[in-house]
Structure formats: C-alpha cells, structure tokens
Design a protein around this ligand. Structure first.
Ligand SMILES: Cc1cc2nc3c(=O)[nH]c(=O)nc-3n(C[C@H](O)[C@H](O)[C@H](O)COP(=O)(O)OP(=O)(O)OC[C@H]3O[C@@H](n4cnc5c(N)ncnc54)[C@H](O)[C@@H]3O)c2cc1C
Length: 338
C-alpha cells in the first residue's frame, strides 16, 4: 500500500512519521522488513493526532509496537501504519495514589517494578523480568513467577485509532486470558492502574534481585522474544520440556537455533531472517506433534506473514466464543464500527 500521502499528512501535523522504515531495530529478534508508515509517538496528544489522520484513511491496517519483545515481523514487513510507543514522555511516569500504582503505556516493565518497590508497594516485583512495555504487557496479559497482569490491573485507559474514542476499560472488559486479552490492533493502551499492597522497600528489592538472578540463570541472552510457544493445558509438560524431549534443543536453520539453555526460546544469530525463525517454529511444532501428539501454538505475535502461517500458529483461545464476545464488547465500548 502506498502510504506516502498519509506520511506527509502526519509530518505536516508535526508527527515523527516516515515511510518504508525497517521494523527490525524495533524488535528484540532484530529481524523483519519495513513498515509502510512508521510513526513514533511520545504523548497522548500525538496518539490522538495519529488517530485523527487515520480516520480519514479507513482501510489502513495498524500495529502498535512497544518494546517489540513479543513480535516476529515477516521479511516482507507490514503494509500499514506502525505506531511506535516512545517511553520519553512525562505522561509515561509511574504515580502512586494509596493502593493504586498508575503507569503510562510506554513505561518499561522493569522500571515499573523498581519504582513501585521504591514507593513501598508490593505486587509488581515480577514485572522486572519482562523486557517490554506496560501496554504490551496488558495486550499480552504478560506474566511470570506466579503472577500476571490480570491479577493486579484495575483498569486501563485505551484509545481506539479507528473511532478516536478514549475509554477507561475495566479489568473485566479487557477480557484477559492466558497470554492474551480482548485488545486488538486498533487499540492503544495509554495508561494502566494497578492495585498493590504496602511493603517495606527492602523486601521488594530482595524479591526483585531474586527474579533478576533467576532469569539470568535460566534464560539465554542475545536476540530472542522469550518463550515462543504457549504452555499446553494443565497436566501436560511445559512447552520447553516437550521440545527438549523431542530432541530439538540446538536445532538450527541458517543462523536461527532452538536455545541450548531454554528449549522454548529461539535465538536469532547475526544474519537471521524472519523466514528462518518461522521455519524453526514450524519444524518444532510438527516434531513435537509427531513425538508427543500435542500441538503447540505461538505466544509470539506474528506480523505480516501469510494467513496460512498465522492460522497454523494461532492459539484456539484467540477464536474461542468468550474471547470473540469480549473483543466485540470492547470494540463497542470504544465506539468502533462493527
Ligand atoms: C528475554 C525475554 C523474556 C520474556 N519473558 C516473558 C515472561 O516471562 N512472561 C511473558 O508474559 N512474556 C515474556 N516475554 C515476552 C514480552 O516481553 C512480553 O509479552 C511483553 O509484555 C511485550 O511487551 P512489548 O512492549 O515488547 O510488546 P510488543 O512486543 O511491542 O507487542 C506485543 C503486542 O502488544 C501490542 N502492544 C504493544 N504496546 C501496546 C500498547 N501501548 N497498546 C496496545 N497494544 C500494544 C502489540 O501490538 C502486540 O500485539 C519475554 C520476552 C523476552 C525477550
């Protein structure tokens, strides 16, 4: 899609917008092609300005990018508008009011954890292990160390770039499920309010240090997007254990390997392509299904790939009845056309 005119409109409105920009540096995998239009926003006013322009270009697809730590962008890129959340604005601060900790959508999760602990609040220490933004964590219902976003979120302020409406959306309306929510690509999380409890900062700091140490010991560094496959249902082994016992630890295509340290991580070495990452994922999925009779689905968001490939990796819960109903509710709450 030729979005040059749209980019020009955005630039004329004072926005930091560019056509045909590489998305690779915006993701932790560091692979992928160009976004047809890439606009960096660092305040609510700028997101509103983007949304105003987008409403006169109704057919254009959108993608919000936080830290890109859960994104695999295809080598062909994304043929739409990429809204990049820049964590520089004062609107992205962390504030504490009684039990409630509020953070901007572009706030980094480790910063949220440390600021919340510093303010004598408990409940968000685990966030130090998530190398993404608060907005991305809401969309994904990120979790770890026995907690997840759903457990703390009171509500989120969300803007629809399709309708231009901003609403405070309750945790229930956010429709959380395991590693997902009712949010879709037209929704921008501007801020989030979370419930916390009182705690001595020294206790919280010890907990933060324990989470960081656990991550260092159990997870690889380098270019990856964390766990690739969602763990199967309760009673089954973890995806990492299933991949490991299928003999796939270290399996490599090109510069892309199943991590030796954690079999549910895929490492992208120098010169990797998104196609090679997808090929490793496909091989892992079919081998695990062949060996264990269990189908694994992607936890990582795939962007710009063929419908077939997206469907192959899409978890059935994305299209389950309650999830589809929650999505429709949220769309209507935000005044989006059906
Ligand atoms: C080393 C490593 C370890 C990880 N460990 C964990 C873990 O323990 N648990 C876990 O759950 N995840 C983990 N992850 C994955 C990832 O960090 C989380 O999913 C994180 O919440 C994604 O945030 P992000 O800002 O990077 O989102 P992105 O990757 O940029 O985007 C992910 C999704 O969120 C959407 N999105 C991003 N920002 C916004 C916004 N402001 N408003 C609306 N939608 C938005 C995007 O459109 C996309 O659909 C790990 C990743 C890495 C690299």
């Amino acid at each position: 899609m030729n979005l040059v005119a749209l980019v020009a409109e955005m630039a004329a409105a004072g926005l930091d917008a560019h056509s045909d920009r590489s998305l690779a540096p915006l993701t932790t995998y560091g692979v992928g092609g160009n976004g047809a239009c890439v606009v960096k926003v660092s305040s609510t006013d700028q997101v509103v300005a983007v949304s105003e322009i987008l409403r006169s270009h109704p057919g254009v697809e959108t993608l919000v990018v936080g830290r890109g730590s859960n994104l695999l962008v295809a080598d062909n890129g994304f043929d739409g508008v990429v809204i990049v959340m820049a964590p520089s604005s004062t609107e992205n601060a962390v504030t504490v009011d009684g039990d409630i900790v509020e953070a901007g959508g572009a706030m980094l999760m480790p910063v949220l954890a440390r600021r919340s602990v510093g303010a004598g609040r408990a409940g968000l220490e685990w966030c130090v292990g998530i190398p993404g933004t608060v907005g991305g964590a809401i969309r994904m219902n990120a979790g770890g160390h026995g907690a997840d976003m759903e457990a703390s979120v009171v509500d989120a302020t969300v803007l629809s770039v399709r309708s231009g409406q901003i609403a405070r959306v309750s945790a229930e309306q956010l429709g959380f499920y395991f590693r997902g929510s009712a949010l879709s690509n037209s929704h921008v999380v501007l801020s989030v309010r979370m419930r916390t409890t009182e705690q001595d900062s020294a206790i919280g700091t010890t907990e933060i240090n324990a989470v960081v140490a656990w991550r260092r010991e159990h997870q690889p560094g380098g270019r990856n997007a964390g766990s690739v496959f969602v763990n199967p249902g309760s009673g089954d082994e973890s995806s990492g254990a299933l991949i490991d016992s299928a003999g796939l630890r270290g399996f490599t295509i090109g510069a892309v390997s199943v991590s030796e340290k954690h079999a549910n991580f895929i490492q992208a070495g120098e010169g990797s392509t998104a196609a090679d990452i997808a090929a490793v994922m496909s091989h892992v999925q079919s081998t695990v299904e062949h060996v264990h009779g269990i189908r694994l689905y992607s936890e990582v968001c795939l962007v710009g790939f063929s419908e077939d490939l997206m469907t192959r990796f899409s978890h059935p819960s994305h299209t389950s009845e309650p999830h589809v109903a929650a999505k429709k509710n949220l769309q209507s709450l935000l005044g989006e056309p059906a």
